[in-house]
Design a protein around this ligand. Sequence first.
Ligand code: ZN
Ligand code: ZN
Ligand code: FE
Length: 756
Amino acid sequence: MQQAEILLTGIVQGVGFRPFVKRTALENGIIGYVENREFGVKIIAQASKKIIEKFLQDILDKAPAVSTILTHSIKYLDQELSEYSSFEIAPSKKKGEISALIPPDIATCDVCAQEIFDENDRHYQYPFTNCTNCGPRFSIIQSIPYDRKNTTMRKFIMCDDCNREYTTVEDRRYHAQPNACPKCGPELRFIEIIDESPIATAKREKAFEKTISLLQTGEIVAIKGIGGYHLVCNALNKEVVENLRNLKFRPHKPFALMARDIETIEEYCEVNMDEKNMLEGQQKPIVLLSKKNDILEHVAPGVKDLGFMLPYTPLHYLLFKQFRLLVFTSGNVSEEALENNDDSAYQNLANITQYYLSYNREIFNRIDDSIVTYAGDQRILIRKARGFVPKPINIKRGIGKPQIFASGADMKSSFGLTKENIFLGSQYLGDLAYTSNTKFYKESLNYFQSIFEMKPQVVIADSHPNYFSTMIAQEFAEENELPIHKIQHHKAHIYSVMAENDLENVLGVSFDGTGYGEDGNVWGGEFFIINKTESERFAHLNYVAMVSGERAAKEPWRMALIYLYNYYPEKVESIITEKKFPQKDMIFLQLLNDSVRIQTSSMGRFFDAVASLIDVCHFNSYEGEAAMKLEALADESFSEYYHFSFDKQQSLIEVDMIIEGIVKDIQEMKSKEYISSKFHFTIAKMVFDLCIKMKNESGIDAVALSGGVFQNVVLVNMIKRVFSSSELKLFWNEKVPPNDAGIALGQVYSYLLRSR
Ligand code: ZN
Ligand code: ZN
Ligand code: FE
């Protein structure tokens, strides 16, 4: 007989972990106990060494889906347990219960979903049914320890039945903090704005029925979800979808959809195994899926995918008894922060709808739906939020290092905090150019610090002097008298991939729309050789003048003109016809001659230029529109390319031949699909050629690719194909988005590599 002490850290509390350990121990015939401790879970197990080893393996393999085991350790002790004859869950010690980690919100589990449709169950048709394996978590937790009294469930006193479930170890609802039933839990309300004030005009079933009939008659209803409000309407009714576009100031941006089941989704999209598993998993994000037909074209015009999710709360399940398909878009105005607070939702969404299906439990932390896409079996997180936050990322290099606050970037903001080996990234916080998002950012930063008991000792920010996130970081550093370090944007992108894979030396390919460069220009088409802390900018897209600054990013026609003017001026007149470029103006052309100007090497802007040149998109009504529409035309199995050259002396990639080739193809009436495919493959080939050069120079054969451009699945797949027969190994972001929301992790890692 041996006695072992097993320590587990991660999200192991509030997720049904102790009952799981007990069951596993009993299955293996082990005696001992399990208890919650401040760091996680401690297990004392007594059996033969072989059995204990199998027991630990079972725990690691079969842990509840909701849990995340970050680290585990085992120590054999030279004593025998006397007082245990079985395996017990030790009573909670009041002080020792605090765990630094809390679980994300979890989609309704199958058992709960069955109960709400079972007439004989006391949860029948109850929209707030949940259990230890499912339900709201992050969104309702106000403070620690994670206990009902510290959540927005506090005001609901459990009835006898609920309490019995809550206190019975063998029960599926043992310690399920949001446990509730129709007798004692939250209830539905239907709110109407009448004469500018919100009036509850129906409750419970009546509220639900009203919602159904309004949706059926083509109205927009705001429905309160887990992390905020959704705006919901009939997806097949083009008129109401159009109406929602106008009211939400989103003329072309795709809307997310919720469908009853996979079969419904398959009527409109291709769904492979990975996508199906993600759609049906416990996180239930929006999954971007290739369109099969154009029935829902008005929901996502001109792009290749539709964003689908499946019901993830009991309320959704009940709703989808009546519907098969609904638009389910975030309840906010354009790019403003998501609405969570009832009163502010009634106020700010008033221009969109006067109908609200709400309930009397407060959302404490707002958190949007996550968005996921796949390039082959590679998962790309487009938006990391509900279901994924606040899951920790393990960074070994953080052990023994100061705690860090990394402030991320601006357009897709998300900060990160570290404590030892734990990295916690915030939920997606939106574009900080909007005050509502800046407020959201600061709220979330305060929350993360208090809930996870973090006290940053070092601050890291983007080197952009005018980023709001940099200013917030500066303020934070001053207030707390902390040192602040800055890191160049595109290098931080690469370090984020290195962090995920614990790499020290890589060839970095950093492509995005915009970021502040070390020479004051706008970078974004960058190749680096990174050797631990040393980084060399090996190559970049040749600079073009970024005339008209920010507007150039919003209006691709400007970039088209700039590229043409720069590389093929004699063709400007023949390509830039009034018909194609309605806003062509002479002042702009004069500006091109101006010698004082900001230059850009942005790959995102290069995509914009090409999209406009071939008449795909001249104005971005949402970020990335032109690039997404260009991608939609490309065939990933294509293998022709435009030539380009590399000036090693100056580290420049010259693209004049690409522009020349595209102009020639336009004049020869080649199709947009042909040109787009050829352009995409050109970039894939460029990545490959440059990486080979960098490898020959440095001997490094790991390639890390990051930046918003790598949300382009066609490009990612082409790159994988080109590299498949080479010895170079590709690394991508999987735990954080490749876009700017992943930057904070890179900022942290670059500091950790430096501070050994
Ligand atoms: Zn459940
Ligand atoms: Zn109850
Ligand atoms: Fe970026």
